[in-house]
Ligand binder design. Structure first.
Ligand code: SF4
Ligand code: FES
Length: 354
């Protein structure tokens, strides 16, 4: 039987390479898993180069060099050169801590095409508080939005010469899920932020592109997470596990294969984790008969699992989902409790910038 458009195995276009989980920041909204990979388990330079070559052969066009903080890897320049040599477009996602001007020059020479710097806040004190790292802002190493200071953050991005800014709302996986009540904005804040973005778009039209979406818990429909499970992208963890999305390990019972044991092509086509939610055959109602099922793919599998305990359920963000009221209740659950900062296991902190 011929497979339908969404069930056939597509070619991946993007690879998220999590080079390390080490990071000098401790952002409470980090989507890394609670159990972070240790330095001694990280893939070496040569294995990353092999992974990049296999990715290019598989059809991947772009690699995102990420973490943790990728700058924590001493061999970042060599890793970048490996990706460039494989013919991939290279994007470095960094807080910029540890990326000196000299190092940036070496990265550019190694073939780095694009840099994405994460911003926590336009306010230095707040940025340090969010990142759990004194000096984060002063060194222009800031990350993510403070929802009531969007205008100031756009000004900061303009002053830094950015051509594009993404207002990324927290996604509640990993450490962010643990801190959900402390991070959740109110509906009024979300509405004010949307109005601020509209104004900023017209004020800075032609100077900077502003990408922004309604945060998950206040949306009517879910996002087509990762462009559909096992459809367009893959994610390699610091220790070499290949995941359909960065939070896939939060779903219990999935079997992930490792690039140390198998080729990327084999993993993409045959790994049980990638095939678990490919296409639409796994869907339950209301997704199974919904006209949007090949647009949003039923939303996010990790969110469905986190909120309902069933990774094949409709993402409760969808207003048609049987569990949607849970999302409304959770959005209303806001507290001013202290952040639970992301931390490596005891003994790993010392090797963060080694
Ligand atoms: Fe998307 Fe499923 Fe909601 Fe339809 S019911 S809009 S496919 S999440
Ligand atoms: Fe895993 Fe959305 S983050 S499917």
């Amino acid at each position: 039987m011929a497979l339908s458009g969404s069930e056939r195995v597509h070619k991946p276009l993007g690879l998220l390479a999590e080079l390390t989980h080490r990071c000098p920041l401790g952002c409470p909204y980090c989507s890394n898993p609670l159990a972070l990979d240790a330095r001694e388990d990280e893939l070496d330079t040569a294995t990353w180069a092999r992974v990049f070559r296999e990715a290019a052969q598989l059809g991947v066009l772009q690699v995102h060099l990420s973490g943790g903080e990728p700058g924590a890897r001493r061999d970042l320049v060599d890793v970048t050169a490996g990706a460039h040599a494989a013919g991939l477009y290279t994007n470095l996602i960094t807080s910029a801590v540890g990326i000196t001007e000299k190092r940036l020059g070496a990265l550019a020479e190694a073939g780095l095409d694009h840099v994405q710097i994460s911003i926590q806040d336009s306010d230095a004190q707040s940025a340090d508080h969010i990142a759990g790292y004194a000096g984060a802002f002063a060194r222009k190493r800031v990350h993510r939005a403070n929802i009531d200071r969007i205008a100031e953050m756009v000004d900061l991005a303009l002053a830094l010469g950015a051509s594009r800014i993404e207002i990324a709302h927290v996604q509640y996986y990993g450490w962010a899920l643990r801190n959900r009540a402390a991070l959740m904005p109110s509906r009024e804040q979300v509405q004010r932020a949307a109005a601020a973005v509209d104004k900023l778009r017209s004020r800075h039209h032609g100077r900077i592109v502003i990408d922004a979406v309604v945060p998950d818990y206040y949306a009517r429909y879910p996002k087509p997470c990762v462009g559909g499970w096992g459809r367009r992208s893959l994610n390699v963890t610091p220790a070499g596990k290949v995941l359909p999305c960065h939070a896939a390990e939060s779903i219990t019972g999935l079997e992930f294969w490792n690039v140390r044991d198998r080729s990327l092509a084999d993993i993409w086509a045959n790994s049980p984790a990638f095939n678990a939610f490919r296409g639409t055959a796994w869907m339950k109602e209301p997704c199974a008969s919904c006209p949007r099922r090949e647009l949003d793919f039923g939303g996010c599998r990790c969110q469905a699992f986190a909120l309902t305990g069933d990774a094949a359920a409709t993402d409760p963000v969808c207003h048609l989902a049987p569990d949607h009221t849970q999302v409304e209740e959770l959005a209303a659950l806001r507290t001013d409790t202290a952040y639970d900062y992301r931390r490596m296991r005891a003994g790993q902190e010392a090797s963060i910038m080694a």
